[in-house]
Ligand binder design. Structure first.
Ligand SMILES: *Cc1c(COP(=O)(O)O)cnc(C)c1O
Length: 374
């Protein structure tokens, strides 16, 4: 957790005259995104400008002022910097073997543009391809190659129609891009239409705004929408304890006050969070902020992202380490998303040592064993 000082942003030269009202306005954060090398250089030193330009021409660069303000500019290995700074490995062919632009065939297994219907009871709804921060490890990195745009109301209407006609769908996952970068009016249009479909029980919003622009949840109008369309769950994406701040806590409090649960998905990222201690601290800080850890993912085999992948054993060792040491509330499900859109599978350390018709031998987190008659 990072404890931020009063007016912490004013320490950064280019933000020294920015008032609290401006800084805490989510629209100011998006309007003042840093997207070019020239802007970036005023905040952190960049060693290889040529590489930056070469990579960002293919996979764009972008961050909010808030997110970059959390970086220690003197640390090349800063875990937040590594999530946003282009790395030559993203376009180095050596790192692309076995990687795909669309590993889960989201665009193929799609009944209408923008929807992916993989499981019978839930459907993925991609509302926009815009994000306020471009995460280098994005599983939908193919979207960086497209023009930034939100879908139109007419496109949404086709998506609603499909959902309305499929009564087996109980849940809609609104994702993107980042759907909470949309204006409130458009968010209301989506929430209202989905809310009115009687077989929809849950509207799950997947957004990273809580991490990169917590001021989105200082917006009363958005909070009112969450309260009014009372089927909303928020899933966010924290990867490192440094991303959790006093601003996060305040934002989560606002969200919870609307009756909206807040859960988190983390991705294991080599050199960023692939250690037991980092993940333990992250899960503890999430609990402190009242965010429930939901998934811990093996990094996906997406083109441009492969250099972040860790061996499966790293995740298993972390899960083994967490059990017994950390409250069950803080333990996520470790999962791998299967190639070809076959779905997510949970992966666990093995706690059953022997099994036959009469008994099972379990081991616990301390490796003590016990024989249980079944
Ligand atoms: C991840 C995902 C879901 C949701 O899976 P859960 O296990 O319920 O979190 C649904 N549809 C698609 C296409 C997904 O990728």
């Amino acid at each position: 957790m990072q404890n931020l000082e009063e007016n912490f942003w004013q320490k950064i030269h280019i933000y020294k005259d920015i008032s609290k009202e401006q800084w805490q306005d989510w629209k100011w954060q998006i309007a003042n995104r840093i997207t070019s090398l020239n802007e970036l250089k005023q905040i952190i030193p960049i060693n290889n400008e040529e590489d930056f330009l070469k990579i960002s021409e293919i996979f764009h660069f972008g961050t909010t002022p808030y997110y970059i303000s959390l970086i220690n500019p003197n640390d090349e290995n800063d875990p937040i910097l590594k999530q946003i700074l282009p790395d030559i490995k993203e376009i180095d062919e050596k790192y692309q073997e076995g990687a795909f632009l669309d590993p889960f065939l989201e665009d193929v297994k799609s009944p209408v543009p923008g929807l992916t219907h993989r499981y019978p009871d839930r459907v993925l709804f991609r509302a926009t391809n815009f994000c306020s921060v471009y995460c280098r490890h994005c599983m939908r990195k193919r979207m960086f190659l497209e023009d930034e745009r939100a879908r139109t109301k007419e496109e949404y209407d086709v998506m609603f129609e499909y959902i309305r006609n499929n009564k087996s769908i109980k849940e809609v996952l609104i994702s993107g891009g980042d759907p909470l970068t949309l204006p409130n009016k458009k968010i209301e249009y989506i929430l209202k239409n989905l809310y009115e479909i009687s077989h929809i029980d849950v509207i799950r919003i997947g957004s990273r705004e809580l991490v990169v622009n917590p001021y989105r949840f200082y917006d009363e109008k958005l909070l009112q929408l969450f309260e009014k369309y009372d089927k909303v769950w928020l899933i966010t994406h924290f990867n490192h304890p440094n991303e959790i701040t006093s601003e996060t806590k305040k934002a989560v409090k606002n969200i919870l006050s609307t009756g909206t649960p807040v859960l988190n998905q983390t991705v294991l990222l080599k050199g960023i969070n692939d250690s037991k201690e980092t993940i333990e601290n992250l899960m503890r800080d999430l609990l402190k902020a009242k965010i429930k850890p939901y998934y811990l993912f093996q990094c996906d085999p997406t083109k441009g992202v492969y250099h972040f992948r860790t061996p499966l054993e790293v995740g298993l060792e972390i899960m083994e380490y967490l059990r017994g040491r950390l409250s069950g509330l803080g333990i996520p499900t470790f999962a791998v998303d299967l190639l070809g859109g076959l779905g997510k599978v949970p992966v666990l350390p093995n706690y059953i040592i022997e099994k036959n018709e009469d008994y099972i031998v379990f081991r616990n987190y301390e490796n003590k064993t016990v024989k249980v008659k079944i």
